[in-house]
Design a protein around this ligand. Structure first.
Ligand SMILES: Cc1ncc(COP(=O)(O)O)c(C=O)c1O
Length: 375
């Protein structure tokens, strides 16, 4: 049986054409001109880029720059993919086989888990605690693994909650994976989007020998249109993903890889990450202010990272009805919590231009007033 990717289906059907879109997960994207300005890329010279088939596993310079972000890694530990999206598909096809099981933490962006389920893999979910800042119970992690478990999957920082795992949670995850010899697949696309610190979320790379990390240009770098991501892992498994990449895509695009090389060169890289954090911090303050307009209706565990907030609401409608009414009546798009198996929540992205954000929030509050007056 095929399991569609519910969140992405909802987005691709509704996000284009809506006037106020708060359903995306990244910061306000950059233009090519802004990218050139922040990196010092010579756009005139860039015009001479030869649009040949590029190096299949990624240009060597790009893989070196990616590897330099992970202590002890070299270019041979890196596979360049078409976004973290392709990386998740390659990982599922490389590390998992029908009949295997994997463990994941919910609420979650179901990219790896969905691929796994479509491959005949059983996914065991450990629920994060909504009443305790979305913490993970270490004992529940230990209980979830068994000899069929081939992957323990984390998204850190998490989508949709923005939670960053603490040291105890990380240790529990490593110890559970180690106990059964499972891989840790760590989706770290939100590393660099920290809201309350300038310290980048620590990678799982180096914590344990069976770790595959994935990341991309889409979130901290604000460049989702490049469709450029990567995997970092031990060489044999990286080579195995390369063999699958030849089927899936042959290679990422030449232009995207060249631009990513420029983005990852300091001091441009730092400046681009700082841009994302600034948008995230200002946007969250504006959101918090707007959510206070109707006291008692909204509550949110402040995200430690990411542009997203997973907002709880106390209104006499379910999350799908709220999202669909916002879309139909206010031309505003948010993601209903039921897409993450959590009711009475919606996911809202706020690292956007101030005037746009304020108008969308005004419309959200108008919708709340109308629902309350109709109740
Ligand atoms: C946790 C997570 N992983 C992977 C992706 C895919 O990102 P990319 O744009 O790099 O394909 C997303 C996008 O929303 C995400 O939230």
């Amino acid at each position: 049986m095929f399991h569609p990717f519910d969140v992405e289906q909802f987005l691709s059907e509704l996000e284009h054409g809506v006037s106020y879109n708060f359903s995306e997960s990244g910061v306000h994207p950059m233009t090519l001109r802004e990218l050139a300005g922040m990196t010092g890329l010579d756009l005139e010279a860039f015009m001479d880029t030869l649009l040949d088939y590029p190096q299949v596993n990624g240009f060597a310079l790009l893989r070196e720059r990616i590897a330099s972000l992970y202590a002890g890694a070299g270019a041979a530990n890196v596979m360049v993919t078409v976004g973290a999206t392709e990386a998740n598909t390659l990982v599922a096809n490389t590390l998992l086989a029908p009949g295997d099981s994997m463990v994941a933490f919910r609420p979650i962006y179901e990219q790896l888990t969905g691929n796994a389920r479509n491959r005949g893999v059983t996914v065991r979910y450990v629920e994060m605690d909504p009443f305790n800042s979305w913490r993970i119970d270490g004992a529940a992690v230990a209980a979830a693994v068994d000899e069929t478990t081939k992957v323990v999957h984390v998204i850190n920082p998490n989508n949709p909650t923005g939670r960053v795992l603490d040291a105890a949670e990380r240790a529990a995850i490593v110890s559970a994976a180690q106990k059964v010899g499972a891989w840790i697949v760590s989706d770290e696309v939100y590393a660099g989007t920290e809201r309350d610190t300038d310290i980048t979320t620590r990678s799982f790379w180096g914590d344990y020998d069976k770790v595959m990390v994935l990341n991309s240009m889409s979130k901290a770098y604000g460049l989702p249109g490049l469709r450029l991501g990567w995997l970092v892992g031990p060489e044999p498994e990286i080579t195995a993903t390369w063999r699958r990449h030849e089927y899936a895509a042959v290679a990422a695009s030449t232009l995207s890889m060249k631009l990513a090389e420029a983005v990852l060169e300091e001091p441009g890289r730092n400046a681009i990450v700082a841009r994302a954090r600034s948008l995230i911090r200002i946007g969250f303050e504006t959101l918090t202010e707007a959510l206070a307009v109707h006291p008692g209706v909204f509550s949110v565990t402040p995200p430690q990272a990411s542009a997203m907030s997973f907002v709880r609401f106390d209104l006499p409608v379910d999350s799908d009805t709220l999202a669909r009414r916002l879309h139909a009546e206010k031309d505003v798009l948010v993601i209903p919590g039921d897409k993450f198996h959590v009711e009475k929540h919606f996911r809202f992205s706020s690292a956007l231009p101030e005037a746009y954000l304020r108008e969308g929030l005004r419309r959200l509050n108008q919708m709340v007033a109308e629902i309350l007056s109709q109740a």
